[in-house]
Design a protein around this ligand. Sequence first.
Ligand code: SF4
Length: 324
Amino acid sequence: MTYYHLFGPVPSRRLGVSLGVDLIPFKTCSYNCVYCECGPTTRLTVERREYVPTDEVIGELRAYLATSPSLDYLTFAGSGEPTLHTRIGEVIGMIKDEFPAYRVAVLTNGSLLTDPEVRHALLRADLVVPTLTSVSEEGFRKIHRAHPSITPGGVVDGIVRFREEYAGSLWLEVFIVPGVNDSDEEVVRIARTVERIRPDKVQLNTLDRPGAVVWVRPVAKERLRDIAAVIRTAPVEIIADLPSRETVGSFHLETSEFILSMIRRRPCTLDDLARITGLHRNEVGKYIQYLLEEGLIEEKIEERGIFFRPRHRGNTPVSNRSAR
Ligand code: SF4
């Protein structure tokens, strides 16, 4: 069976072995984040619709889960903001009714949690991970370039409301962009907002793969640790400290080697590699991240985008390198 709305499973830093469920066409979102690994948003919208046929998604999930795959999570994420899909709640409900052994996670930018219908749709998920970056108007606009109807105060209020109504796990992703939301004042404001939201955990994140714009760089790990120390009202996990390659069956060494061989032949963009391999961009991104961390490839910014090229001349296969 060909799966159009599922991708992976991918080894995820945050969620272990995760099967992606993509309900949104590329790249439809209420935000156009400067750090987005999917690249620039082409449809900036807050309109909720049945963007892909729900029956098709449910059919694919039934077929896939009938094989009893070993997964840590089924994760709603992918080519845009998953809560823009009007029937996300039904898909989550089907999984929980028919395959209750599987845990469901929703990665959301949180911007639509102001809508009671969206909050209701996510109630049966086991884990919801909204994003928080900046509560100042300027920082928020600069990072998210959001739909004009969205305000940082509204987003925070929506997440707070959701926390009150939702009994599952809520992890807050705090994404740090150097020069925008890493000042002491911004960090104190973020810490106060964390206190208001009361998440079960904060995941402190920074860029680890090329984003939508070239000026965004990762934050130094030491600074992330300083920021973590300021957030005292919830446990903080620094994502950059977690291994990207879990010891999981879903990490295919052959795929890594194939991608590396393509890059050795000629420098490629993420889109080139997704086209060549037939994999979802998010999935290719995980392998790229691994190859970057292993020092096997490097990125170079060109006019057409970010290209990956081999770092070492020679032919050290991926399999001869140490697995972490
Ligand atoms: S990072 Fe998420 S919220 Fe931001 S533009 Fe990309 S898909 Fe949308």
